[in-house]
Design a protein around this ligand. Structure first.
Ligand SMILES: Cc1cc2nc3c(=O)[nH]c(=O)nc-3n(C[C@H](O)[C@H](O)[C@H](O)COP(=O)(O)OP(=O)(O)OC[C@H]3O[C@@H](n4cnc5c(N)ncnc54)[C@H](O)[C@@H]3O)c2cc1C
Length: 505
């Protein structure tokens, strides 16, 4: 039997694409190496009923995504919560800079640090609202065009933009923190517009009720209800071709599965160097795939905790804070963090996290809680990724100690905790090389039409019938679903089928 399409990896991008292909009438199969589908949409449940979101948790503006609506994911079980006090950067003196879903409340908070900065934030937000809605959002929700809109502020780096426009170091630090969450290198020219775009963005951080894996389950339902199949615990060994066309996939068990199309949700090194035979790809493509870069600053270290009480902060007004940032007091810390990453050292801790059960009690037994903290830390600790296996317990303890300085009750409230290092990320999700959760740097020209590299930016993989749909493609990683959504536009157009079409070259 021959499939119309085989998808490699069951990350959310691949599942979104697969659901669209099923709706278009194609017969598809997704092959996933792990025993669970969803990639970065992962929630574990322990024997006591505590749920931990071990990869993604903050799903920004997810309910505004076109695929969320098209695939009817709310009805299929992915419901979202968007707390009003979305983010609080908590200072040692008990003050906090707060981001609310209501922009005026955010401005009030900024004004407590600097009235001038609040006025600047309003001006840039008003100026960028139409740019975001008419240019930047449409650009992210369609296959990229060879040219990009030239915005004046884009010439700057995020760091230059923030230092030029804002005066207060805490406001500067807060804005650069958000820039970092999207894994944009703060020193990279060409990304200055990210800061005003952040200010103009209406959609804030959201969490999936029941845990991030609920979105994966809803996507799997959408796939299966459209006739798509999934096989777990299956690893592809080779993408086979004949006369320049894809013919199917051979697995590491030696099985050959015929298909006239293969869509890879993996990174370009896996797709082009590990799965295609060298003779199937021009030398230039191999060279570009070899040159594909992963992010230095994306790897996360995670501390996941189970608690018998919620955190109670010394500072007032933080009970409803969704994401809390600790350890960040001044914009100058970012340059230290970058330098430490370059040298494989652990910088003074800046960490952020949540207590999901405050907003969704279903994620722990009644009266109990879960929490997590994340910190950006280098993959090669002292030059050696395996050094994490020795160092991670002590670092988890250091993070817990830091948390207790702000919320003293947590020392007694902690029942147990685990850690996950950047190396553990790579061990779990093989496509996240070097622990890069964005699956490819958003620098070195790897953006837009040139993501993952020049020539492969239209989701097509040189060999006929080979496509790319993961976070290594435009507009990049994180839980946006847009690489999968955009790839669906290209594949359905190439097949002459109905699909979520915008602009396809
Ligand atoms: C600790 C952590 C926290 C994060 N937090 C957030 C967050 O809060 N918000 C956010 O938006 N993003 C977050 N991310 C990033 C986000 O999870 C990823 O960018 C996103 O999951 C990428 O989606 P994807 O569809 O490209 O593939 P992935 O989700 O990476 O899935 C790829 C799939 O392919 C499978 N695979 C890999 N290699 C093979 C192979 N050879 N054969 C078969 N299958 C294979 C993997 O097992 C996986 O299931 C986080 C990531 C990590 C690690």
């Amino acid at each position: 039997m021959e499939y119309d399409g085989i998808l490699l990896g069951s990350g959310h991008n691949a599942l979104i694409l697969q659901a669209y292909l099923g709706q278009a009438g194609l017969r598809t199969l997704c092959l996933e190496r792990r025993l669970i589908a969803g990639g970065g949409l992962a929630t574990t449940t322990d024997s006591r009923g505590f749920r931990h979101n071990t990869h993604s948790f903050y799903h920004r503006a997810l309910t505004s995504m076109p695929w969320y609506r098209d695939l009817d994911l709310a009805r299929r079980g992915a419901e979202y919560i968007e707390p009003d006090l979305n983010v609080a950067l908590v200072l040692r003196n008990g003050d906090s800079l707060q981001w609310w879903t209501d922009f005026d409340r955010t401005l009030d908070s900024i004004a407590r640090f600097s009235r001038k900065d609040a006025a600047t934030a309003r001006r840039w937000r008003d100026r960028f609202l139409p740019i975001l809605e008419e240019i930047l959002i449409p650009e992210s929700q369609a296959p990229p065009l060879p040219w990009r809109p030239e915005l004046e502020v884009s010439k700057l780096s995020p760091l230059e933009f923030v230092l030029q426009e804002f005066e207060h170091p805490v406001v500067q630090a807060g804005l650069l923190f958000f820039n970092g969450l999207r894994e944009v290198d703060l020193r990279a020219p060409g990304f200055g517009h990210h800061i005003p775009a952040l200010l103009a963005a209406k959609g804030k951080a959201q969490m999936c009720k029941g845990g991030s894996a609920q979105l994966a389950k809803a996507l799997v339902r959408a796939v299966q209800e459209s006739g798509g199949e999934l096989r777990l615990g299956v690893t592809p060994r080779r993408i086979h071709t004949a006369r320049g066309r894809v013919t199917g996939v051979e697995t590491t068990d030696g099985e050959f599965i015929a298909s006239r199309m293969v869509v890879s949700g993996l990174n370009p090194r896996q797709t082009f160097l590990e799965l295609l035979a060298p003779e199937d790809l021009p030398a230039e493509w191999r060279r570009k795939a070899e040159g594909f870069r992963f992010n230095l600053l994306a790897p996360l270290f995670a501390l996941n905790l189970t608690l018998c009480d919620r955190p109670r902060y010394r500072a007032s007004g933080l009970d409803g804070a969704f994401m809390t940032i600790l350890g960040l007091e001044h914009s100058s810390q970012f340059l230290d963090i970058v330098e430490c990453h370059e040298h494989g050292r652990i910088p003074p801790t800046v960490m952020w996290g949540s207590c999901p059960t405050v907003f969704d009690p279903s994620q722990a037994p009644k009266g109990f809680h879960t929490a997590f903290w994340w910190e950006k830390l280098p993959y090669r600790l002292n030059g050696n990724p395996s050094a994490w296996d020795e160092a991670q317990r002590a670092h988890g303890q250091a993070m817990l100690d830091l948390w207790a300085e702000y919320a003293p009750n947590v020392k007694d409230a902690v029942i147990d905790w685990t850690t996950q290092s950047p190396l553990d990320t790579e061990r779990t999700l093989w496509n996240m090389r070097d622990g890069d959760l964005l699956v490819g740097a958003l620098s070195h020209g790897q953006v837009g039409f040139n993501r993952p590299f020049a020539g492969a930016g239209q989701y097509r993989g040189h060999v006929q019938g080979l496509y790319l749909c993961g976070g290594s493609s435009h507009p990049g990683g994180n839980i946006t679903g847009l690489p999968g959504y955009n790839c669906a536009q290209v594949v359905t157009a190439d097949c002459g089928l109905p699909g979520p079409r915008r602009q396809v070259l």
